[in-house]
Design a protein around this ligand. Structure first.
Ligand SMILES: O=P(O)(O)OC[C@H]1O[C@H](O[C@H]2O[C@H](CO)[C@@H](O)[C@H](O)[C@H]2O)[C@H](O)[C@@H](O)[C@@H]1O
Ligand SMILES: O=c1ccn([C@@H]2O[C@H](COP(=O)(O)OP(=O)(O)O)[C@@H](O)[C@H]2O)c(=O)[nH]1
Length: 469
């Protein structure tokens, strides 16, 4: 059986802390089942890069990690990944920074990953590279002579061509994707934008799933990530979730709970969400004292200025809304800057009559799916979901809204609070069906089956592999 080698920036185990992104949460499950290795950054900083690989195995997940230098982290993770690509790929060219050092650091760190990973890889292994931190890695592995089946999955949106061309050396970066055999996106929309770019900007051709550039053909597919729905539904009635559920419900004193759970990121539309909620409070005095918005927002990428800025904005906005509407025994907003473990989160989701998920742009958004999976089938809450989240292409029975419109946020809250049980059940059943059917295993199979079917000549095992073992 071929092993799966996953390579991504972040390597962490889902049970260890409460504030992990969706990619980390999803991949642990996939690796456990395939007995693979997860290669990436340890999250640690070293004075001088040595290339030392730290191996460990925890709850069936094998990891191989490297430490990076401070300059690496500044230029690669904070810099090119999160100051350049992240805003650009989330349609925020106003926030994107283009610095030569970032691009240099990004390529240097990708080369470090190629040097680290290549000795661990055997000819039959399937390599699956993840996300915008690692776009050129496949090309670097090919340059080292690896002929393995190799796939790449982008977890964030692919931007429209007219935005992507604002990136210096954009063709050089995109060209490297043709080192992979299969390239995956969450939605047809991101896939369509990729094809458009290849055809219009690079003169490539598209024939169904096959995309050809300069004589090299790859497959480009849409394949939406899911959650471990069964496990999450079970977690929602676990002891930890139930005690969280009770604690939250007790504190609400029969008020309705609206919940938001997001990394503190400008792409999640938190400022717009708070403004929409303020609009709701302004337009609906009859609901005052009857509702509470709990926004869980663990800080993220705090060394990047735009993240410091959104944090300060939200601190002020939460304070302003509470200052304007609170009474001595009621505050409309509970704004929490800490992360929670997922079983506790499941209890919080289940306690909420409304899940408010309003990103301005999001590759997928797993929180939306988790909210659905955590509901009580006999009395489910209502999901209000941005039409600009990848999840909106699947969860069509959510209340789909434009997150930029405070009126739509306000109206959807009003509608959700008044929604009859029968309608809530009907919408929830339809969404739950999708969350269960297109779950995390479905996603992995969707991608890896395509990758495994790729025909490549498998080379003889290289001597350097034995040396590394
Ligand atoms: O690793 P961080 O910098 O702390 O960020 C956390 C993750 O954020 C992004 O998540 C994306 O992937 C999710 C799963 O596919 C998807 O649901 C979500 O819409 C995306 O934003 C990022 O792409 C990951 O690499 C990060 O680990
Ligand atoms: O306090 C928190 C906040 C979030 N999450 C998890 O982080 C993931 C967020 O994934 P999503 O796709 O919604 O967004 P991302 O942060 O990856 O952009 C979800 O699995 C959440 O359950 C968590 O475990 N604890």
């Amino acid at each position: 059986m071929s092993r799966l080698i996953v390579i991504s920036n972040r390597v962490s185990r889902p049970n260890k802390s409460g504030n992990q992104g969706g990619l980390a949460v999803a991949l642990a499950q996939a690796l456990r089942e395939s007995r693979g290795i997860w290669v990436g950054w340890s999250g640690e900083i070293t004075e001088n890069f040595t290339g030392h690989i730290g191996f460990s195995e925890d709850e069936g997940v094998k990891t191989a990690t490297i430490d990076l230098e401070e300059q690496d982290v500044d230029e690669y993770y904070n810099g090119y990944a999160n100051k350049t690509l992240w805003p650009l790929f989330h349609f925020r060219i106003d926030l994107a920074e283009y610095a030569r050092d970032f691009e240099g650091g990004y390529n240097r760190v990708n080369q470090r990953f190629a040097d680290t990973a290549s000795p661990l890889i055997e000819p039959e292994d399937i390599i699956w590279v993840h996300d915008y931190h690692m776009i050129p890695l496949g090309q670097m592995l090919r340059d080292k002579g690896l002929n393995n089946r190799m796939g790449f999955f982008l977890h964030i949106p692919w931007p429209p061509t007219r935005l992507l061309v604002s990136l210096p050396h954009h063709t050089k970066l995109v060209q490297t994707l043709f080192a992979y055999d299969v390239v995956g996106f969450h939605t047809e929309e991101w896939l369509e934008s990729f094809r458009h770019y290849i055809e219009r900007e690079m003169g490539g051709t598209v024939n169904g799933d096959f995309v050809t550039l300069n004589g090299r053909t790859i497959q480009a597919i849409a394949c939406p990530i899911g959650i471990n729905a069964q496990e999450f539904s079970r977690a929602a009635v676990s002891d930890a979730a139930s005690s969280m559920f009770e604690q939250v419900r007790r504190s609400l004193q029969h008020r309705a709970l609206i919940v938001g759970v997001d990394r503190l990121d400008y792409s999640k539309g938190l400022e717009e969400r708070f403004n929409g909620y303020a609009r709701f409070l302004k337009d609906h005095p009859e609901h005052h004292r009857n509702v509470v918005l709990t926004q869980i927002a663990p800080p993220s990428r705090g060394e990047v200025e735009s993240y410091q800025h959104i944090r300060a904005t939200l601190d002020a906005l939460a304070g302003r809304i509470n200052g304007e509407y609170s009474d001595v025994d009621w505050s409309p907003v509970r704004y929490v800057n800490q992360g929670y473990p997922r079983d506790k989160l499941a209890g919080i989701y289940r306690a909420a009559q409304i899940g408010l998920v309003t990103p301005l742009r999001d590759g997928m958004n797993l929180v939306a799916k988790e909210y659905v999976a955590a509901q009580d089938p006999e009395d489910p809450g209502v999901l209000i979901l941005s039409r600009f989240a990848g999840a909106a292409t699947q969860l069509k029975d959510a209340l789909l809204i434009n997150p930029y419109s405070p009126e739509e946020v306000s109206d959807s809250i009003t509608r959700a609070l008044a929604m009859p049980l029968e309608e809530r059940k009907r919408r929830w059943q339809s969404m739950m069906k999708c969350v269960e059917e297109q779950d995390i295993s479905w996603w992995r199979q969707c991608f890896t089956e395509r990758l495994m079917a790729v025909q490549r000549e498998v080379e003889e095992k290289k001597p350097q592999i034995e040396a590394a073992e």
